[in-house]
Write a protein that binds this ligand. Sequence first.
Ligand code: PHE
Length: 478
Amino acid sequence: MEENNTPAAMQDNQSVEGQDSQEAQPKKKRGGFTSKIGFVLAAAGSAVGLGNIWRFPYLAAKYGGGIFLLTYIILAVTFGFVLMVAEIALGRKTGMSAINAFKKLNKKWAFLGVLCAIIPIIILPYYSVIGGWVGKYFFTYVSGGGMSAAGDSFFNGFISSPWQPLLFFFIFVSVVFVVVLFGVEKGVEKVSKFLMPALVVLTIGVTIYTLTMPGSAEGIKYYLLPDFKKFSVKTVLAALGQLFYSMSLAMGIMITYGSYMKKQDKIESSVHQIEIFDTGIALLSGLMIIPAAYAFSGGNPETLGQGPGLMFVALPKVFANFGSVGGGILGALFFALVLFAALTSAISLMETVVSIVIDKFHLSRKKSSVIVYVGTLLLGIPSSLGFGVWSAVSVGGMTILDMFDFLSNSILMPIAALLTCVFIGYVVGCRNLTDEIELNGPFKFKKFFNVMIKYVCPICIAAILITSILDVFGVFSI
Ligand code: PHE
C-alpha cells in the first residue's frame, strides 16, 4: 500500500464542528486513504484480532458448535453487512468520528455518539489482559518452555497467579501506548501487511495438522454440523455480540474509518472484502481449535465450555506433538503472529479512545494518550485479578473479565446497533445514506438495506435483548 494514512495515524486532524459545513471540505483537511485497498487493509487490521482467533472459537465451542457457526454466518451476511455499510457511509457522509457524526446530523442524538464512545473504553482494558496472556505464551515458547505450556495446570496456574498476568498486561498496554504516543502505527501496519498473511498461512497449516489428529473427526462434526436442539436465544445473542466485536461494529470505529474514505471508492465492495477476510479467519480459527480441544479431551463439555481459556489450553497440546524443538518454534511463531494481530486491534482501540478524549476535553494528544494509558491500566487490573485473588467476585458464574465482556458485547453493542438503525431509518432517512453509497455506481443491495435497517434489524435486536434481559431476571427461561 502506497501512502498509509490510516485513521489511527490521522486522529490529530480530527475535524471539529463548524469545520464541516460543506461535506467535501473536511475530507481534504483530514487527508484520507489513498486507495481502496488501503482502506480495506486498515479496516481489516482493526477487525482481525483476538476476536477472531481467541473469542470466536471459544464461543462456538460453548454454544453448540455447528449451530453457533450457522447462526453467526447468517447474521454476518445480513446484520453485519448492513451495519458495516451503514457505519462507513455515515462516516464518509459526515466526515466525522462517531462522537460528532450523530450530533452533526441531529443534535438530539448526540447521546448515541457518547454511547458508542463508552464501548471501546470498556473493551480496551480487558482486551489488553488477553493480549498479555498471548504475550506470556509467546515468551514461554521463545524461552524454551513450550512443553510445560502443554501441561494441564499451566494455564490455570498462570492466570490465577497475581503478578505474572498483571506484568504481561502491563507490558502489552505499554507497547500499545508507545505506538500511539509516538504515532508509529504506520510502521506497525506496514509490517502487519506481511505478518497477517503469515498468520493465515500458519493457521491453515496447523488446522490441516489438527484435522489429522486421532479423535478430531468428532470435533469437526461438532463444529460443522448444526444441531438444532442446541439452538436458543442465547446462541443468537452470543453470535450477535461476537459479530459486532469481531467486525469492530457498534462502537463508532467504522464511522471513523469511513470518514477517511475517498468519495470515489466503493463502500459496498469494500465491505464484502473486509467481511470475507474477517469471517474467514474466525471460521478457520474455530476449525483449528475446536477439533484439537475435542481430540485431547474426548469432547468433554467442561473443556469445550470453559470459555476464555480454550485457545491457550488446546493449542500448546497440538504444538507439543511436534516435540520440544519443532513444537517450540511453531508455538513461538504462532503466538508471535497472534500477538501482532492483537496489537494492531488494540492500537486501533486505543487510538479511538484517545481521539474521544481529545474531542471531548480538548486536550493535547500527548496528555490524552497518557490519561488513556493510565486509565486502561487501572481498569484492566480487576479483569486480570478476577482469575486469581479476586475470583470470589462473580455474577452468574461470570468472572470480572467475562462481566466486562458481557456488558460491552451482549448489552451495550446491541443497544448501540439498534439505536443506529433507528437513527438511520427514521431520523436521517435511509435515502441519505444510500445516496452516499451510490455516489459511484449502483448499490446492489439497496432494497435489502432499507428493509433491514428500518424493520428487521431493530425489531430482531430488540427482541433478542428483551428476551435475554427477562432471562437474566428469571422472568422466564430460554
Ligand atoms: N475486532 C477486533 C477483534 O476481533 C477487536 C476490536 C474491537 C478492535 C473494536 C478494535 C475495535 O479482535
